[in-house]
Design a protein around this ligand. Structure first.
Ligand SMILES: *Cc1c(COP(=O)(O)O)cnc(C)c1O
Length: 400
């Protein structure tokens, strides 16, 4: 079948809730993916950082196959022999007190919202149904009704009301605005340490430290959504490490399974999670043995292969080289670890054209918010492969 036929089928039978680049992929290995015509591309999106360990990592694949042959799903009505070890390994790695496993990232966010509301009523003494959660403008936390209720992206919200109340939105990166927004009913602050979907927006250096201090002072639960930034993407296991702080609740997902299977988790560093009692929250697939086995292998690969250090080193090199490019269309380059972006001036007419030109050079990258291209390749990337991306960027820019 031709690429155009696959594209035709998707467009004819599928809901049109995505506008993908027209490349039909069939195979992946490490940083590379192949389309159905056999063209090879370096993947600079890594499935929005779900494939930090590289496509089809053999060790994660082996763990998945081995576990799939033994036991896949028990539901939490019974215990399974993967869940305990998964909890222990994850808690030890992240210095957490408790874990609550879910599947998608959005479910982890929903879980955190429910947990802090309950904590607000039971522990902080907030009057029933008055709990407030502070969030940031241009956030991305997922697609459920409650989550889009506090999105500031009209595309994500328009037509989906009525919305869930109880959220207050402030500018990102502004610690003073956070303190001003806090009331007696504020139970939590939900924030991304670096805003990913917004276009790799990095807050001021002391932001998270200040936010931590303000949260402590006002008895507000600090929830860091590290679903995209976590697990090595920014050059640390968790991005909070750059600020030398620990969130009360940390949300992880995406690369927690190395891209094999949806696995997410809420990590709790405090007693907040203890407010949940049997029957109050759950998921049929959350914490299933297949997910746990895959996640255990995916975490192991991050450390065994030094992917976090590699992300730091290659990211630093990548950013320094990007900074050397001088082109009138570029407004800014920025990044931390292997989460980087080029922002173009609005007059250039959008970044998507550049994405298609990069594709011709064998580089798959995705535009976000019109004028920004994010570069977030799998963390297994080598120096020579970063050079390939840089060459392609230079090539495409010099021709424009
Ligand atoms: C992707 C993402 C989510 C949502 O994860 P899904 O698995 O798509 O539901 C939440 N928060 C952040 C920061 C993300 O990047």
């Amino acid at each position: 079948m031709q690429q155009s036929e696959f594209i035709g089928l998707e467009d004819q039978y599928g809901a049109h809730n995505y506008k993908p680049l027209d490349v039909v992929l069939t195979r992946g290995k490490g940083v590379w993916v192949w389309d159905v015509d056999g063209n090879k591309y370096l993947d600079c999106l890594a499935a929005y950082s779900a494939v930090n360990q590289g496509h089809c990592h053999p060790k994660i694949m082996q763990a998945m196959v081995t576990q799939a042959e033994k036991l896949t799903l028990t539901s939490r009505a019974f215990r399974n022999d993967q869940l305990g070890p998964f909890y222990q390994e994850l808690c030890e790695l992240t210095h957490s007190h408790k874990v609550l496993p879910m599947n998608s990232g959005a479910e982890a966010v929903e879980t955190a919202i429910k947990t802090v509301r309950k904590w607000g009523y039971l522990v902080k003494g907030v009057p029933q149904d008055k709990a407030e959660i502070i969030v940031c403008a241009n956030n991305f936390h997922g697609r459920t009704i409650s989550i889009v209720s506090f999105s500031t992206d009209e595309n994500a919200r328009a037509g989906f009301g009525p919305f869930t109340p109880g959220f207050k939105c402030i500018p990102f990166g502004d610690a003073a605005a956070f303190e001003t927004a806090i009331t007696a009913n504020t139970v939590a602050f939900l924030v991304e340490p670096i805003q990913g979907e917004a276009g790799v927006i990095i807050p001021p250096d002391d932001y998270l430290k200040q936010v931590r201090e303000i949260s402590d002072r006002h008895n507000v639960v600090l929830i860091l959504d590290e679903i995209q930034t976590g697990l090595g993407r920014t050059g640390k296991l968790l991005t909070e490490e750059y600020a030398g702080i620990e969130a009360d609740l940390t949300l992880i997902g995406k690369a927690l399974s190395g891209g094999f299977y949806p696995v997410s988790a809420v990590l709790s560093n405090t007693e907040v999670m203890d407010v949940l009692q049997p029957g109050e929250h759950g998921s049929t697939f959350g914490g299933n043995p297949l997910a746990c086995a895959v996640a255990r292998a995916a975490l192991k690969v991050l450390f065994e292969e030094n992917l976090i250090e590699n992300s730091y080193e290659q990211g630093e090199y990548f950013l320094n080289e990007l900074k050397k490019i001088s082109h009138p269309h570029i407004k800014e380059v920025r990044g931390r670890g292997l989460m980087l972006a080029i922002e173009f001036h609005p007059e250039v007419g959008g970044a998507r054209g550049y994405c298609y030109k990069l594709k011709e050079q064998g580089i798959l990258a995705k535009d976000t918010h019109e004028n920004i291209i994010r570069f977030a390749p799998p963390l297994v990337i080598k120096r020579e492969e970063v050079d390939l991306i840089l060459e392609a960027i230079n090539q495409v820019l010099s021709a424009s």
